[in-house]
Design a protein around this ligand. Structure first.
Ligand SMILES: NC(=O)c1ccc[n+]([C@@H]2O[C@H](COP(=O)([O-])OP(=O)(O)OC[C@H]3O[C@@H](n4cnc5c(N)ncnc54)[C@H](O)[C@@H]3O)[C@@H](O)[C@H]2O)c1
Length: 446
């Protein structure tokens, strides 16, 4: 980001009230700290050589995206299932690239890959328990690394990512695709322009009926349900939290301070199994501890509040909540609507589609045609595109290891709080104070 861009954003942040005065809520005084150094950037890479690990439902989508993005090649693939490395090899050669090196000799073959292959980036979409081991192996062997969400399931593993990224001077990214969804980017653009005023509160969540997927004999059914027998908290916070954290300048002027979390009873998976799973199946012996609805409240250092919810075991339509509220107006998702004081009719919601032309994020305008048809409405392509672009240009990535740690820490901290009758638990300051001076996120472009 050049100085002119920074001044532009700094001005917008001022207008948005993100650099403002102390409230009456005990939040830390918010003074306009001098901007610190830009976040970590690595030397530019002309053609990004990628090893892809975990080529299931989500990894397959990323492989397809990366084959369409200029300036990168997939030179190695890894999965415990040879049919998936075969599938990826076919896709890669059909796209006109040389056949990749293949690693499919068991759940730790990614270690051999990281030790052997000369690649720039190891990107994984494996089950949650493998994210951190793969990223640590990649960085130890001199590679940048990116992971599907959440990055880590414990606070210790969040620290392990941060320490390794700092030690080896490598990117270690959480690939939060929802940060790039059309509404989320529009809302971020409106926030930056200051129309909602100072942002005081936000809500997000992952409310998705995954019962059939969790009980399937393939894909996520092979690993995701098991987590519900082990942990009670918010196991999947980042889809809802990522975009609203950006609106609140988390790690770039503010940070998560502490959290309280509460889970209700666990009924959904038991009930579903009783109706759909034969009585003699070993699945019927499982006992679930994950509360069907978990609600966590986060207080930020600047005194702002955030609600994050998780609900994946009950019948319900999909929602990420997506609410962002400021001193002059608010956005509320599902269905998408907004209210800005002085615009539209008093006390009445305006449909978000009515302002899309005016406030569409520039990146979406520029890239929507290319992203069409890609996973999750196109946002997965956009996040992959931005990752490769930043690596090629040697720029800081949109999200960095501190975001990966702060967003993912909600998993471990919510589990701790639930187990302690919702006692407040502190977030570590993974940035060691740099959140105070890191400049706000740019309005990014193609
Ligand atoms: N961002 C999103 O919208 C989104 C959507 C779906 C899944 N995800 C995330 O993507 C990840 C994968 O989910 P999925 O739905 O693709 O699951 P999946 O089960 O379909 O795919 C996982 C793949 O990893 C492989 N695998 C398992 N252990 C491995 C190991 N040790 N080494 C190499 N390969 C291994 C499996 O064989 C499988 O092909 C998870 O972290 C999940 O949370 C994100």
């Amino acid at each position: 980001m050049d100085r002119r861009d920074f001044l532009k954003i700094g001005g917008a942040a001022l207008a948005a009230g993100t650099v403002g005065v102390r409230g009456s809520d005990g939040g830390e005084a918010q003074t306009a700290a001098a901007p610190g150094p830009a976040p970590f950037a690595a030397p530019p890479i002309e053609t990004v050589r990628i090893a892809y690990v975990g080529i299931g439902g989500q990894g397959g989508g990323h492989v397809n995206n990366l084959l369409k993005i200029p300036g990168c090649r997939i030179t190695a693939v890894c999965d415990i299932r040879p049919e998936r490395t075969d599938w990826a090899t076919k896709k890669i050669t059909e796209a006109g690239q040389p056949a990749p090196a293949v690693y499919n000799k068991g759940p730790h073959d990614f270690e051999r890959l990281c030790e052997t292959e000369d690649v720039d980036l190891v990107y994984n979409a494996t089950p949650w328990e493998f994210h951190v081991p793969i990223m640590l192996a990649a960085m130890k062997n001199g590679k940048h690394t990116a992971t599907e969400v959440p990055a880590a399931m414990t606070v210790d593993d969040c620290w392990a990512m941060v320490e390794s990224a700092e030690k080896h001077k490598k990117h270690c990214l959480l690939m939060e695709n929802c940060n790039y969804d059309r509404m989320e980017m529009m809302v971020y653009n409106i926030v930056r322009q200051g129309l909602f005023g100072e942002i005081l509160h936000a809500e997000g969540g992952y409310l998705h009926d995954l019962r059939a997927i969790k009980f399937a004999d393939e894909g996520e059914g092979l690993w995701r349900r098991a987590w519900a027998t082990k942990l009670n908290g918010n196991l999947y916070p980042t889809h809802g939290l990522g975009p609203i954290a950006n609106c609140l300048d988390i790690n770039r002027g503010d940070r998560f301070d502490y959290l309280v979390s509460m889970s209700g009873p666990s009924r959904g998976l038991q009930d579903w199994a009783a109706e759909h799973v034969p009585a003699d199946s070993p699945k019927r012996q499982e006992r679930y501890v994950l509360g069907d609805v978990n609600a966590s409240l986060i207080k930020t250092a600047r005194g702002k509040t955030i609600l994050v919810e998780h609900c994946t075991n009950l019948p319900r339509p999909y929602s990420r909540i997506h609410m962002v509220q400021g001193t002059k107006g608010l956005f509320q998702g599902y269905p998408n609507r907004l209210y800005i004081e002085g615009r539209g009719k008093e006390d009445q919601w305006q449909e978000a589609s009515a302002v899309l032309n005016e406030f569409e994020h520039p990146l979406w305008k520029e890239i929507a045609a290319q992203a069409q048809g890609a996973g999750h409405g196109g946002m997965d392509y956009i996040e992959d595109y931005r990752l490769i672009k930043c690596l090629r240009e040697g720029k800081p990535t949109d999200m960095n290891v501190y975001d990966a740690a702060a967003l993912s820490a909600v998993v471990g901290l919510s589990v701790q709080s639930v187990a302690k009758r919702s006692a407040a638990v502190d977030f570590p300051d993974f940035t060691k104070g740099r959140w105070k001076t890191t400049p706000p996120l740019d309005i990014v472009h193609m």
